[in-house]
Ligand binder design. Sequence first.
Ligand code: PEP
Length: 249
Amino acid sequence: MRKKIVAGNWKMNTTLQEGVKLAQEVEALAASVSNDALIIVCTPFTHLTEVKKSIKKVKLGAENCAAEVSGAYTGEVSASMVASTGAEYVIIGHSERRAYYHETDEILAKKVKLALANNLTPIFCIGELLSEREAGKHFDVVKSQLEKGLFDLSAEDFGKLVIAYEPVWAIGTGKTATSAQAQEIHKVIREAIAAKYGKTVADNTSILYGGSCNDKNAAELFANPDVDGGLIGGAALKAESFITIAKSF
Ligand code: PEP
């Protein structure tokens, strides 16, 4: 069966020293999590190697990777470089990457393949804008993001992914999707995966909710049958809040 997961996305926050301290705190508190949820911290590239030394139960991820293998791409960090730090996960397709860095579905599809080729598990983000939800297009938007970003993968490769549904209007806004809205669209996402890859693959795929998920609302969101955990931004920057979320299953 699919895993329960709580993944922190630190974004462009914390110096190296602050990040190591936060990771140490998360690792220490993770010992008190008695459920079998997987706890992941996704950190800036600069922090990966040092954070790796501070965690054991907690797993490590990056927030991005390049769409090319190697070479003359100044400032980029490849999937193989990420993997060489000991990271096991990588967030791909976060709405901030899509919006501010113009990462298209085609670019994201390349990143996913490179991540998989380097044995990284992509945490692939999808989600609609507020205008798209208001126009009633949210189901079509997420289905299109799945199709264009992921649906040329084999069933075997698709089975290695984690999906994060993150409505853009809920990210960093304090405006969380309701529990019913989250369940409704997670179910649609799982049905789209089932239509493409079959029920077993769909049932085994962890689909996380992201968007102002915190220690107060996580339990209600995670109680839904198709919500398998969370991708957590702001609340992942405080170890206690993050671990309270991990205990919310
Ligand atoms: C995110 O950026 O992935 C996220 C969910 O952010 P926040 O929890 O701060 O809304």
